[in-house]
Design a protein around this ligand. Structure first.
Ligand SMILES: Cc1ncc(COP(=O)(O)O)c(C=O)c1O
Length: 460
């Protein structure tokens, strides 16, 4: 039973149009109201303590309630809450730009600050068209992305996204944006070798470039791991193969590390350390401040900047935000990175990730669980109640939400995506907490399975 206070907040919340709001259900939602957090846990307004399985939204990487973060943010507010990034700068922004350049691979030394992941992707995409306009190639503006990719909610970022459900009743730029299939090894035919699958998927990129015309394609954008698409992993060598194709046709490679940067895969940036590529542009957000303050950025190589500088047309990249390089957000990011470095968080993730993955794998014996996959501290537990999940979406939807509801009662937040539970806990999670997480998830899935059986939606 919800307290009066919770019920009244839920009532007030009806004025809040949430992301991906179901307009039909507006007014009848009873979302859990979160009140506080500490470490890997959050507590709702009724005092229920929950393990934060998705780390907010893949973002609270250093965990909740870090006093140092509060102090750094408060100090900066008292010192200087804002400075225009147009004609001025500020110390935290300058220091953070230098720090990010030192952490990023290769010559990705220039940083453009944004307000979140969507604006990072949007700005990066705008940068690619800007560059080609400056270079006198106004035709070279087409963007290739992948099915099941998610890149955000501005017009350009949403146009790059490849999840059909995200295009519900909205307009997209379908002229300049093209999608190729995702390379998930999960979809690979049983008898095919990974290397053949990889070649097939890389060839698809090349074919798409040739189909559109290499002189028309500006960029290829890809998440290292398709995160919101369901933690879909490409075969080894895929990203390197795609980068080689991009280089061959002067197509820029944008690595969207909004989820993977800042530790999720055990490195500050995953592109080079995990996937062996030095992209032309990296976008990041979320873990950059561990979600304490909204912020994003894109990093671009010296080579690209130089290629534009050499032109004699004195170009302005007329793109930016009132809050680009916001001193408080930059101070939060600097403190967040300092904490990650001081606590050797990247090493911790690399050490604990195999345990996290292997414990989640134990769930595969539950009859409705059909696949458990992941890398680093991100994973998806996929359920299938029909044997043909993709053909029966309505019933399918029932699964993730049901598991989430049961898990919440048992003390765990999961991120339900249709028929999947996506787990991406704070990076500081330890073995005991992983054990708790997995045992609650097991109970939650089993309870959901029992409900479905009772309702005749599933049978063993
Ligand atoms: C890979 C990726 N890119 C971009 C975005 C958009 O970021 P934001 O929601 O901060 O605008 C997301 C959000 O989940 C994401 O997962």
């Amino acid at each position: 039973m919800r307290s009066k206070q919770t019920q009244s907040l839920q009532q007030l919340d009806n004025n809040f149009l949430h992301p991906w709001e179901s307009i039909d259900e507006l007014g009848s939602h009873t979302r859990t109201v979160m009140a506080s957090g500490s470490g890997v846990y959050v507590t709702d307004t009724d005092g229920n303590k929950l393990l934060d399985g998705p780390a907010g939204m893949w973002c609270v990487n250093i965990g909740h309630q870090r006093k140092e973060m509060a102090d750094a943010i408060a100090d900066q507010v008292m010192k200087l809450p804002y400075a225009s990034p147009w004609s001025l700068t500020n110390a935290p922004a300058a220091m953070l730009a230098e720090k990010l350049a030192s952490l990023a691979p290769g010559d990705l030394n220039h940083v453009f600050f944004t307000t979140g992941g969507s604006t990072a992707v949007d700005s990066a995409l705008r940068f690619t068209t800007f560059r080609n306009n400056v270079l006198g190639k106004p035709e070279k503006k087409h963007i290739i992305a992948r099915n099941n990719g998610y890149h955000g909610s501005t017009y350009l970022a949403a146009s790059a996204s490849g999840k059909s459900r995200d295009k519900n009743f909205l307009d997209m730029d379908t002229e300049r944006f093209h999608h190729i299939s995702d390379p998930s090894v999960f979809d690979k035919p049983e008898n095919m070798k990974d290397s053949s699958w990889c070649k097939q998927k890389v060839d698809e990129l090349e074919q798409k470039i040739l189909e559109i015309g290499a002189d028309k394609v500006a960029a290829f954008i890809a998440e290292p791991i398709l995160a919101s698409g369901g933690v879909l992993m490409a075969p080894d060598g895929y990203h390197a193969g795609c980068l080689a194709i991009c280089k061959k046709y002067d197509v820029l490679y944008i690595s969207d590390e909004v989820v993977t940067a800042f530790g999720r895969l055990g490195h500050f940036f995953a592109s080079e350390e995990v996937f062996n590529i030095q992209p032309d542009i990296i976008t990041c957000a979320k873990g950059i401040t561990s979600g304490y303050i909204p912020m994003g950025a894109f990093l671009v190589s010296d080579r690209l900047i130089e290629s534009i500088k050499q032109e004699e047309r004195s170009p302005y990249f007329s793109n930016g935000y009132t809050y680009s390089g916001h001193p408080v957000a930059c101070a939060a990011a600097l403190k967040n990175i300092e904490i990650m470095e001081r606590e050797n968080m990247m090493i911790h993730v690399r050490e604990i990730a195999p345990y996290f993955q292997s414990q989640l794998q134990t769930l595969i014996d539950i009859p409705i669980v059909t696949n458990v996959r992941g890398i680093g501290l991100m994973a998806a537990v996929e359920c299938d109640i029909t044997g043909e999940a993709k053909k029966s979406l309505e019933r399918d939807y029932a699964v993730g939400d049901r598991i989430d509801r049961h898990c919440q009662k048992l003390g765990l937040l999961v991120r339900p995506i249709i028929n999947m539970c996506v787990m991406s806990p704070p990076l500081i999670i330890n073995k005991e907490q992983i054990d708790d997480m997995v045992s609650i998830l097991r109970k939650g899935i089993e309870l959901a399975m029992a409900d479905l059986e009772r309702e005749g939606l599933w049978s063993a």
